[in-house]
Write a protein that binds this ligand. Structure first.
Ligand code: FAD
Ligand code: NAI
Length: 465
C-alpha cells in the first residue's frame, strides 16, 4: 500500500484527522479539491465571518460608543474594500498555517477531486484534468457541506446569495433580506446591519436560533433590534425573484397574511447539506441516509476500512465537532479507545453580544420529563459589564432538581463564546451548581454571572441581586 491512511477533504475534520494520523505513525495523505487547505471553516466559514464580525464591531463601537467613553472622533466611514481585503489576509494566514502543518507532519497533500475506484484505490483529478491514483489501507471521508438553496430559487450568486458570496460583497447593501434566523443569518445579518444596511430577517419558525434554549433566541431578538435589524418570524417564504439589481421576496404567516419585501441582496441561510458529489460512493456500496453518510458509533461506514467525519455525517455541523471526530477516528485506528460526549459539544453564535450554550435546553428537559431547576443572572447586575457598557444579556443555568448536577449552561452576553468553556468543563466533571457557586471567581469578570446564576439555581440566593 502507498498510504496507511488517506483523508478526503481538508476542512477542520480532515486536516486534524490527518495530523493525528501522522502523529500516531501512519503514512498519511490528504486530498483537497481547492488550491487552499482548511475547507469551509478557514476559507468561507468560521474564520472570514469572524474577521468581518470583528471589523464591523469596531466600526459600530467607534460610531456609537466612543463618545460616551470620552473619545471624540470624526464620524467614521466604512471602507468595505479594505475590510474585505483584511478578511482575505486573515484567511490566507490561516490556510498557509495548515499547509505548514501538513509539511511539518510529513503528510502528502494531493490537490484535486478525490473519488473511489474501489475501497483501497482513489483517483485524483486535478484542475487541468490530469488523473492520478493512490492506494491506501484506510480512508477518512471529510468532504463537509454546502449551503442549501431554496427549492424554488437557486443561488444566482449575485443577488440571491449564500454565506460564501456574503463574505465577498463589494458594497454595503442598502437592504439585505435574510432568509433564516439561524446562526449564519444572525451573524452575517448583524455584520451588515452594523455597517449601515437595512437588514430584514424572515424566519419560518417563531423564534431565532431555534435549536438553542428559547431564552437565548428571545434575548437575541431584543438586542439585534437595537442595531436596527427587523424580523418577520413565523413566516414561510413563498417566492423569491431577482430582477436586475433588485430582489423581491414574498412570504406568508400562519394565518395566510402575505408580505412583500424588496431589497438589493437576499442572503439565503436556511441550513447546509452534506457534500458527497463526485466521490464515487456507489463504487464502494455506500448509500446516503437523508443526504448524510451513515456511520456507526465509531464513525465507521458499512465498509470496514472507510470512516466518515464532520459535516458529512450526523450531528451538529460545527468545526470543533469535526475536529473531535478526526482525532477519535485516528486514535481508534491506532488501537486506542477514544470517546466523544456529543451532549457537551458547545454551540456559539458570534453576534454581539455573543450567544453560547452547552448541554440540555429547557425545552429538551421539559420534553424528556426531567425534573430540573433554573437559576439566572443578568449582565446588567455585573460591575464588569457596567464598566465596559456591555450590559445586555444573562446567564441561565439548568440543574437537576434533586442532585443539583448542572444539565445546561446558556449564556448571551459579552465574551460568552470564551466563557462557555467553563460550563463544558463543569459538566464534563459532572459538577453541581453548588460546586461552581463555591469556586472563587475573579472580580470583576463576566464569569461572576455564571457563579451568581449557579447560586440562584442552588439556593435562590445570588449575592448581587
Ligand atoms: P469542510 O470544512 O466543509 O471541508 C470539506 C473539504 O472537503 C472542503 O475543502 C472541500 O473542498 C473538500 N472536498 C469535498 N469533496 C471533495 C473531493 N471529492 N475531493 C477532494 N476534496 C473534497 N463552525 C464553528 O464551529 N464555528 C464557527 O464560527 C463557524 N462559522 C461558520 C460560518 C459560516 C459562514 C459557515 C458557512 C460555516 C461555519 N461553521 C462554523 C461551520 C464549519 O465551517 C463546518 O462545520 C466545518 O467546516 C466542517 O468541517 P468538515 O471538515 O466536516 O468540512
Ligand atoms: P441554521 O440551521 O443555523 O439556521 C437555519 C434557519 O433557517 C433556521 O432557523 C430555520 O428554521 C430557518 N429556515 C429553514 N428553512 C426556511 C425557510 N424556507 N424560510 C425561512 N426560514 C427557514 O443554518 P444556517 O444559519 O444556514 O447555518 C448552517 C450551519 O452552519 C449551522 O447549523 C451551523 O452548524 C454552521 N454555522 C456555525 C456557526 C457557528 O458555530 N458560529 C456560524 C455559521 C454557521
Amino acid at each position: 500500500m502507498q498510504y496507511n491512511v488517506t483523508v478526503i477533504g481538508s476542512g477542520p475534520g480532515g486536516y486534524v484527522a490527518a495530523i493525528r494520523c501522522a502523529q500516531l505513525g501512519f503514512k498519511t495523505a490528504i486530498i483537497e479539491k481547492y488550491d487552499t487547505l482548511g475547507g469551509t471553516c478557514l476559507n468561507v466559514g468560521c474564520i472570514p465571518s469572524k474577521a468581518l464580525l470583528d471589523s464591523s464591531e469596531h466600526f459600530i463601537n467607534a460610531k456609537d460608543h466612543f463618545k460616551e467613553h470620552g473619545i471624540d472622533i470624526e464620524p467614521p466611514r466604512v471602507n468595505i474594500k479594505q475590510m474585505i481585503k483584511r478578511k482575505g489576509d486573515v484567511v490566507k494566514q490561516n490556510v498557509d498555517g495548515i499547509a505548514y502543518l501538513m509539511k511539518k507532519n510529513k503528510i502528502d497533500v494531493h490537490i484535486g477531486v478525490g473519488s473511489f475506484i474501489d475501497k483501497n484505490t482513489i483517483k485524483i483529478i486535478d484542475k487541468d484534468g490530469k488523473e492520478s491514483k493512490i492506494t491506501t489501507e484506510k480512508v477518512i471521508i471529510a468532504t463537509g457541506s454546502k449551503p442549501t438553496p431554496l427549492p424554488f430559487a437557486a443561488f444566482d450568486k449575485k443577488r440571491i446569495i449564500s454565506s460564501t458570496e456574503a463574505l465577498e460583497l463589494k458594497e454595503v447593501p442598502k437592504h439585505l433580506i435574510v432568509i433564516g434566523g439561524g446562526v449564519i443569518g444572525m451573524e452575517l445579518g448583524s455584520v451588515y446591519a452594523r455597517l449601515g444596511a437595512k437588514v430584514t430577517v424572515v424566519e419560518f419558525l417563531n423564534s431565532l436560533i431555534p435549536t438553542m434554549d428559547g431564552t437565548l433566541g428571545k434575548e437575541l431578538l431584543k438586542v439585534t433590534k437595537k442595531i436596527g435589524m427587523e424580523f418577520f418570524l413565523g413566516h414561510k417564504v413563498t417566492s423569491l425573484e431577482s430582477k436586475g439589481k433588485e430582489v423581491v421576496l414574498k412570504a406568508e404567516d400562519k394565518s395566510g397574511k402575505t408580505i412583500e419585501l424588496k431589497g438589493d441582496y437576499c442572503l439565503v441561510s436556511i441550513g447546509r447539506r452534506p457534500y458527497t458529489e463526485g466521490l464515487g460512493l456507489d463504487k464502494i456500496g455506500i448509500e446516503l441516509d437523508r443526504g448524510k453518510i451513515p456511520v456507526d458509533d465509531h464513525l465507521k461506514t458499512k465498509v470496514d476500512n472507510i470512516y466518515a467525519i464532520g459535516d458529512v455525517v450526523r450531528g451538529a455541523m460545527l468545526a470543533h465537532k469535526a475536529e473531535e471526530e478526526g482525532v477519535m477516528v485516528a486514535e481508534q485506528m491506532a488501537g486506542q479507545k477514544p470517546h466523544i460526549n456529543y451532549l457537551l459539544i458547545p454551540g456559539v453564535v458570534y453576534t454581539w453580544p455573543e450567544v453560547a450554550s452547552v448541554g440540555y435546553t429547557e425545552e429538551q428537559l421539559k420534553e424528556n420529563g426531567r425534573a430540573y431547576k433554573t437559576g439566572s443572572f443578568p449582565y446588567k447586575a455585573l460591575g464588569r459589564a457596567r464598566a465596559s457598557m456591555d450590559v445586555d444579556g444573562l446567564v441561565k443555568i439548568l440543574a437537576d432538581k434533586s442532585t443539583d448536577e448542572i444539565l445546561g449552561v446558556h449564556i448571551i452576553g459579552a465574551r460568552a463564546a470564551d466563557m462557555i468553556a467553563a460550563g463544558v468543563t463543569a459538566m464534563e466533571f459532572r459538577a453541581s451548581a453548588e460546586d461552581v457557586s463555591r469556586i472563587s471567581h475573579a472580580h470583576p469578570t463576566y464569569m461572576e454571572a455564571v457563579k451568581e446564576a449557579c447560586l440562584a439555581a442552588t439556593a435562590n440566593r445570588p449575592i448581587h441581586m
